[in-house]
Structures are given as structure tokens and as C-alpha cells.
Design a protein around this ligand. Structure first.
Ligand code: PMP
Length: 408
């Protein structure tokens, strides 16, 4: 079976030629055909355009930003400031004159900054916030820290748990109505779940909480993987927090986008220090690369691979898929409300997940095999996560399925 094998979609043939060309742009991936990198939810591989942008910057105009007045410093300042605008453009921000972009080291730091510098001063005694207790730990701890900080000042804030549907891993939007009240002042939600891969349908949260409650979206698993369009009324959120390093940029990069229409404008407190200029340069190049490749097309490719893996894996005896049991991308009636985005997590009935991770690596597959940083997860009960990006191929999925079937 060749790496150019098309997916059975309307544009399968065209997409597979396009994908093969893109894959060649990732030196680490293309240089190791014997390996399969299936851990893009942890961090993505980097295309040559990003590596070259960094090299060019460091060898032509490296300086600090916002400080000197000589050309290299001016150029660096201009790169940092224009990348804020580039982030807005990438996210299809409908009101770029009003919103703000703050650079961080990743989603964890971004969420913590929103919690500490925006949420804490915004909340008052008796207010309630709704947060996810079964998403990424990075998306729980900052809100609990904010509650503790406020408690230390004598301000009592209730933290309520977003309810979940037990089978699919989605938020339970019906039960949500019971936890939302007149004192609900803030909701923290996830765009795509890092374990289940499902779109968490934030528009349904908006429908329940009404038009005035700010929502902070953890977009670590969506930005760079699928179109994230803030001009879409279905994405009426107030903060979008993401990691650049999961979206083709260098490690140590990320951003908070703030709409600045509900509550006070977001302005991180205090002296900000030297920004990660190289990371920001890489982020800009990454966003250019992603836009040129086409987020729609990237999402279609990874959805195709996800469907293939999910729909076959669920027929192989000893494997239990976590989250939505079938890939609903295959079902157009359901696809609009829920689909897996490039993440498939499972367990083998008899083989512990960490052992399965080692076995898979002995066959060249790099997957994540542990408790996946999920809040509340029992670290002894791990799982195996396969997470995909545009450089992954049908052949890799089929090879993986062959190995998984042989372990049945
Ligand atoms: N949220 C989600 C949904 C994630 O998947 C991750 C990373 N696995 C994070 C937050 C944390 O991102 P970072 O490590 O870049 O801070």
C-alpha cells in the first residue's frame, strides 16, 4: 500500500496528491518513513517554512522588541505587533479594532493569565463560575487558583462543574440548565476535547447561559487543526486560548485572543518583559503556512483518517474506544453536532496502556500512552491516544490497524 493512497472521499484523489506534497515539507516526518508520528495533540511537527522563517529572522534582524530604535529592533517590534494582527486575521476576528492578542508560552500560561489578571478582578462575592472538571488539567487549575485567591481576600466564589454525558464525553447541555443561575458570571469550556477528540459544541453552552456571560475557550486542540472562525455566530466566545506549538510553531509559543466586549478589557497585569520573539516569528510563519494549506482541507484530511481508524478499530475485539464510540464524521446527520477531530483514544482489554505504548513504538508508532493530563483521571488507568495531523497518511493508519489487530 503506498503513502499516496487516497481516502474514499469526493476529493480523495486530489487531496492525496496535495497531502503528499505537504508531508514532504516536514523534514522530520519525511526523513523517517519507518516511523509514524501520531502524537500531534501533544505538539505538532514543524514545516520547513517555519524553520526557515526562524533562521532568517535570527540571521538578519535578531534584537529585542519594543526597546531599541535601530533597524533590527524596529523590525523585531514590527514583527511582534503585526503578528498580533495576524492572529486576529487567522481567527477571522470580526472586530479586530476592539480585540486584543497577548502572547504566552502556551495554553496553560494563557488560561492562567486570563484567570489571574481578568477573572479575579471581575468576580464579586457570591458569584458563580462554571468550569470543566474532566478536560485538560491546564483548564481547571487556573480557575480553582482564582477561587482560592479570592477566598483569601474574603470574596466567596462558587465553582460549579460543567456536566458531561458519560458515553460520548460531550458536555451535557440539558443538565447544564440546572447548574446555570442568575449568579453565573463566567464559563470555561473546551473547543475540542484532548482525550475524546470531540467538538464540545460551545454554541450550546452559549444558548443556555444567554448572551451576557463571558466564555473562555481552550482551543489548544482546534487552532491549527480545523477552521476556528470568530465571525461564526456559533463561536460566540470571549477568550480563545491556544498553543502555537500545537499549530506548527515552535515550543514555548501561544496566545490569548480577547474579544473585549463582555466585562472589562483584557490587559495582563504588570511588566511583561522580553517576549519570545523567535517563537512569535515562528507563529506568524505557521499561521501563514496553515492558511496557505487551508484549515478546511486539513480538517477534512484528518477527519478522513480519524473515521478510518475509529470505524475499523471498534470492530477489533479487545479495544475499547473512549468517548463517542463511532466516528460520527462518517454520519452526515450527526456530523454537524459532533465529530472527532484527529484524536482517537482507546484501551486494550488485557494489555496495560503503557505496555501498549511501548509495543506500538517497537513497530515505529509514536503515540501517547498515559492518563493524558486529564483532570480527575486516575493515573493508574491510562489509555493510548493516537492524534493526527495533515502529515499523517492512510498507509500509517492501515499499518497501525494491522499491528493493533495482531495484538487482538
Ligand atoms: N488544553 C488542552 C485541551 C490541551 O490539549 C493542552 C496540551 N495537551 C493544554 C491545554 C496545555 O497546553 P500547553 O502544554 O501548550 O500549555
Amino acid at each position: 500500500m503506498s503513502a499516496a493512497q487516497p481516502l474514499p472521499t469526493a476529493d480523495g484523489e486530489k487531496d492525496s496528491l496535495w497531502q503528499r506534497e505537504l508531508r514532504q515539507q516536514f523534514p522530520l516526518v519525511a526523513g523517517h518513513p519507518e516511523l509514524a508520528y501520531l502524537d500531534s495533540a501533544a505538539t505538532s511537527q514543524k514545516p520547513r517554512a517555519v524553520l526557515e522563517a526562524v533562521q532568517t529572522y535570527l540571521t538578519t534582524s535578531n534584537a529585542n522588541a519594543g526597546r531599541g530604535t535601530y533597524p533590527w529592533a524596529n523590525r523585531t517590534t514590527e514583527l511582534v505587533e503585526s503578528t498580533r494582527e495576524r492572529v486576529k486575521e487567522f481567527l477571522h476576528d470580526p472586530e479586530p479594532g476592539r480585540s486584543g492578542v497577548h502572547f504566552t508560552s502556551g495554553t496553560t500560561e494563557g488560561l492562567r493569565t486570563v484567570a489571574r489578571d481578568w477573572l479575579v478582578p471581575y468576580l464579586g462575592d457570591g458569584d458563580e463560575i462554571l468550569v470543566p472538571f474532566a478536560d485538560h488539567r491546564a483548564h481547571l487549575e487556573p480557575w480553582l487558583e482564582a477561587q482560592r485567591l479570592l477566598a483569601g481576600r474574603g470574596i466567596d466564589v462558587q465553582v460549579r462543574a460543567l456536566p458531561y454525558q458519560t458515553v460520548s464525553g460531550d458536555y451535557d447541555h440539558r443538565a447544564l440548565g440546572e447548574v446555570v443561575g442568575p449568579r453565573t458570571r463566567f464559563v470555561a469550556a473546551t473547543h475540542v476535547h484532548h482525550v475524546y477528540g470531540g467538538d464540545m459544541n460551545v454554541h450550546r453552552i452559549r444558548a443556555v447561559v444567554g448572551p451576557d456571560v463571558p466564555i473562555c475557550l481552550d482551543a489548544a486542540q482546534s487552532v491549527g487543526h480545523l477552521p476556528v472562525r470568530l465571525d461564526d455566530p456559533a463561536l460566540d466566545v470571549d477568550f480563545v486560548v491556544f498553543s502555537g506549538h500545537k499549530a506548527m510553531a515552535l515550543p514555548g509559543t501561544g496566545a490569548v485572543w480577547a474579544r473585549n466586549t463582555r466585562g472589562p478589557a483584557f490587559r495582563p497585569d504588570g511588566w511583561q518583559g522580553t517576549p519570545n520573539t523567535v517563537g512569535i516569528v515562528s507563529l506568524r510563519a505557521a499561521l501563514d503556512w496553515l492558511d496557505a494549506a487551508g484549515p478546511d482541507r486539513i480538517a477534512r484530511w484528518t477527519a478522513g483518517l480519524t473515521t478510518r481508524l475509529t470505524d475499523r478499530l471498534r470492530h477489533i475485539g479487545p479495544y475499547e474506544l473512549l468517548g463517542c464510540p463511532a466516528s460520527l464524521a462518517a454520519d452526515s446527520a450527526l456530523a454537524a453536532s459532533q465529530r472527532r477531530h484527529g484524536i482517537v483514544t482507546f484501551r486494550h482489554r488485557d494489555i496495560p496502556s503503557d505496555d501498549l505504548g511501548f509495543i506500538l513504538f517497537s513497530h515505529g508508532f509514536m503515540v501517547r500512552a498515559d492518563s493524558l493530563c486529564q483532570a480527575g483521571a486516575d493515573p493508574r488507568e491510562g489509555s493510548v491516544r493516537v492524534s493526527l495531523h495533515v502529515y499523517n497518511t492512510v498507509e500509517e493508519i492501515d499499518r497501525l490497524l494491522t499491528v493493533l489487530a495482531s495484538l487482538a
